[in-house]
Design a protein around this ligand. Sequence first.
Ligand SMILES: NC(=O)c1ccc[n+]([C@@H]2O[C@H](COP(=O)([O-])OP(=O)(O)OC[C@H]3O[C@@H](n4cnc5c(N)ncnc54)[C@H](OP(=O)(O)O)[C@@H]3O)[C@@H](O)[C@H]2O)c1
Length: 296
Amino acid sequence: MTTVVAGANGLVGSRIVARLVEAGERVLAVGRGPLRFDADVEYAQMDLLREPEKLAQLIESAPGGVINAAAMTDVDGCEKRPQEAWALNVRAVEIAALACSKAGTRLTTLSTDYVFDGVKGSYAEDDPPNPRGVYARTKRAGEEAALILAPDVAVCRVAVVYSGHPGAKKTFAATALESLRSGKPVKAFTDQVVSPTLADNAAEMVIGVHRSRAQGVFHCAGATEISRIDFCRALAGKLRADESLIVPVLLADLKLPAPRPLKCGLRVDKVRRLLGASLPLPLDAALDRFLAESRT
Ligand SMILES: NC(=O)c1ccc[n+]([C@@H]2O[C@H](COP(=O)([O-])OP(=O)(O)OC[C@H]3O[C@@H](n4cnc5c(N)ncnc54)[C@H](OP(=O)(O)O)[C@@H]3O)[C@@H](O)[C@H]2O)c1
């Protein structure tokens, strides 16, 4: 059976593909433009904005399960281009869910901590979402499309993803690493508490949830809820870098176009019960793996 992985060039999608290939599974990777990382894998180029129906055809021709890690993840871009955000974060999920239903196959689709408003913090899967902003609202609508339309379905929420793999997209963590290593200042929010998630660890959890055939929503995030500034301090500690390079800022100071939740840590008890206590990595272990990835 072939697993279709959409969003194959992405931070998480690339690790899902790499891990499935390493496990000897047959994978059909789907991405925009050419494959951008090294893997011996069947690959289909597809622009989900222009030709989303191609995804349905592909799912129906290779009905061995679908993991969808494709999305419009540029939070401020979503605010400026809501139609694009809807097309990728809702319509493409709807198309995948309907195709999975027709083909009688499983759908696992990725979502975000931003489905919460960030008032309460430490969210469990059954806390009521209250998304703010176009990215968050379209991701929540995508969750609903998957949960309503696909008969065998899991939604895996990840958060503040980072990766040290060569060629991976620049993230907050990667920028902080670069700055701290080269003695440059790095700005970090003091007032946003998150569950930073190493992409490779997210991939392990998403694959685990997908294979388990468990239904519903799962938080596949890092095990440590922490402010962005303390995340930077932990990274600086690992690097023995000068902590005074970390410049405290408030989220509101940046006047970003899209709203961001303040306290949006995710509880990971449910995925621990499903996959084992050690799977969502605590920050210390995740940073060690991140630094090892960055040296490859
Ligand atoms: N990154 C985070 O911090 C974060 C936080 C919470 C939740 N999530 C969720 O995690 C999932 C995976 O995201 P990620 O972190 O891996 O982000 P990512 O690196 O931006 O991956 C998203 C993938 O979607 C692809 N894509 C975008 N537009 C497309 C189009 N028109 N046609 C085909 N493919 C298209 C992108 O292709 P290109 O590579 O060509 O751009 C990219 O490979 C998403 O559901 C996201 O909402 C991410």
